[in-house]
Every structure is written in structure tokens, then in C-alpha cells.
Design a protein around this ligand. Sequence first.
Ligand SMILES: Cc1ncc(COP(=O)(O)O)c(C=O)c1O
Length: 405
Amino acid sequence: MTTAMQRHNWDADIARRTQGLGGGEITAILALAGATDVITFSGGFPAPETFATGVLAEIAQRLITSDPAVALQYSATEGIASVRDYVSGRLASLEGRTPGDGELMITSGGIDCMELLAKTYLDPGDQVVVEAPTYLGAIMAFRGYEADVQGVPIDDDGLRVDVLGSRLAGGWRPKMLYTIPDFQNPSGRSMTLERRQELVALARKYGFMILEDVAYRELSFSGAVPPTLWALAPDVTVQAGTFSKIFIPGFRLGWAAGPAEIIARLVVAKQNSDQCSGALGQRMLEEYGRGGHMAEQIVRARALYERRAGLTGEALARHMPEGTTWTTPQGGFYYWLTAPGGVDTAALSAAAREKKVAYVPGRPFYPDDEGHAQIRISYSRVDDELIDEGIRRIGDVLKTALEGK
Ligand SMILES: Cc1ncc(COP(=O)(O)O)c(C=O)c1O
């Protein structure tokens, strides 16, 4: 019993599955979403210049006036039928495969798909394999259901499928493998076709589900990308897609495509979370896409991100201390840096804040204790004219740390 004056210790009551979940990094990233005095290379935010606000305003007004019974109403949990039809047609033309009956649902962003899958399929202690490093929101989603998250390294050709193969031969029995095959977060790297085929063969042999996250797939600078894992192996793959990076994150929309029996389970799980994704956003997405605006936006976005990636690469070459290495992205939002001399990038966050620059330290992108010398740099939302100055500030922070060693 607590008296009126005593404060209850709510922290002592938290569920076991929530303990040690962290989350501080994502909170810190989102807290800087509106910061104007910091050069922010931290969040994986799309550039607001890519948002077609005039077209969106016109579509919103039209839908609210002429289609309120659908656009302002609850919708089917699996998504509005016409919106699923639109997304299905997109997948057919982009990936060469049309989802069959019950194989596609609309989600509230990519993270919703991960959460629904984890909730539905993971018991405490179940093994989930991820790329090391990987998207930290996914690690959190799996850990939230007390999964045993294990990392497999990546190199310039993506996931080290050979390492995965020997771990499986040695006794690993994952229920799920999570991969971002195209322009990965945080490393910017992509998986070759050969490795995709080998991964699919392992999934079929050992009976695990592949969760394929295609968040940055359409933001290739050159256009050419290997087939998706879902197109190669729809029997063992669930594809998590998002409209956050190619359209807008503000509607929180994405899709899940996979075997019908899995999607049916995810629909039930969604009934117990947000019940349905927002109808206005769904209908706006559909109208925008069918009107040809999505395709135009993606062309503009690719050019913008390619230019910013180039400016960032030039600035890194100018300002990073000797011995620093980095990946060079061919698409997506990220450079992945490794600092020399045993620098601890998390410990430098305060120094970076003082210099009014922000990045994400490498450690949280790994399921175990790695990444201390690494940094993720997201160039997607930094104005062209601020990139050089921002990278110079990060270079100064690293150089000061090295001098102090
Ligand atoms: C690889 C990857 N997947 C999924 C997401 C989640 O995006 P959303 O939930 O906005 O769709 C992100 C966002 O940063 C991401 O980087």
C-alpha cells in the first residue's frame, strides 16, 4: 500500500520482457527530429524536400470531401482492399511477383511488421539471427519478446552466409533470420545474388523463416538491384516494406508480404495492437501512387541522396583523422565509419553535442558487445551546404579524442 505522500516505484513493476530493453538511442534520435541548431547526421530521416506537399494537400482535401466514409473511418485490419490492390501491383512491377490470395497486408510502417512477427512467432529463448550490425529497432522488437538474438557478420557482399552455414551445421536452430539485403542500415552494404540464393537454400534446409526488410531497396543510385528474397523464395520469406523512406514517414505505412498462413496470423496480432493502419494515410498513398507521383518522388529522391552521399564522401576524405575507414554506399541513407586507435564513439557523444553535431554511435547496432569504434552517419536529411561543416565537426571530435590517448 502506498500513502498519498509515498511515490510508488513503477520501475520495480516492469515486466521481465521489458527489462534491459534500452531504447535510449531511438529516443535520442527522435528527440532531435526538430532541432535546428544541431547538424544532425543521426536519424534515418527522409529529406523533407522530397515531400510533394502541394499534391498531398490537394489529395487530402479531395478525399476528406468526397470519400469520408472510407478515408476517415476504421478500415479492414489487413488494409483497405483498393490500397492492397495498388501495393500488390507495385510489387508485381518492381519485383516480378504478384502476392497471391491472403499474401499481402498493409502495416503501420516496417516496424509494425517486425513487432507483429515477433509477437506471433517468438517464445522466450527462441533464437533469431541478425546481421551484425543491423537496424537497432529490429533488435529491440525481437528482444521485446525475450528472443535470443545472435549476430552473423557482414562484409562488402552482405551477410556472411558461409559463417551462418557453419553455425547452423554446429547446432544453431533459429526460428527467424532478419536481413536488410539492400543498402543496409547501418552499413550501407548490399547482399549479392549468389549469397541470396545460398541463404534461401539454408532457410529451406534448416526450416527457418527469412524476414527480409526492404526499407531502402528503391533508393538505389544506379537502379540495378538483385531480386528480393521474397521473389526468390516466397515459401520461406516474409518481406517487410515501408513507405517511410520513399514517400513520407508521417503516415506510418508499410506492407508485409509472405505465405498466406503467416499473414493471416499477423492480421490477428494487429487486431490486438492498432487494429488497422490509418485509413486517410492509406487512401492518400493510393491516390498519390496511382497518380504517378510516387514514381516521380523516387526519381527526385535518388538524385538528391546520391548527391548528398557524394558530398559526404568528399567531406569524410577531407576531415577524418588518418586511419578512419568507411563504407561507400550505392544507395540508401548511410555511411558506416570505423575510427582508429580504440576510440569509444559513444563516450564522445557529449563532445559532439557541444560542437552541435549528432551521429549514432555503433554499439547499439550489434546484438552483443561490439561496435565501440563505429559511427553511423546519415546524410539523407542534412542540407547540402551543411554537410562539409558537420563532417568537419565530427572529424574534430575524433581527432581531439585521439590526441588525448
Ligand atoms: C532498415 C529499416 N527498417 C525499418 C525501418 C522502420 O521504418 P518505419 O517503421 O518508419 O517504416 C527503418 C527506419 O529507420 C529502417 O532503417
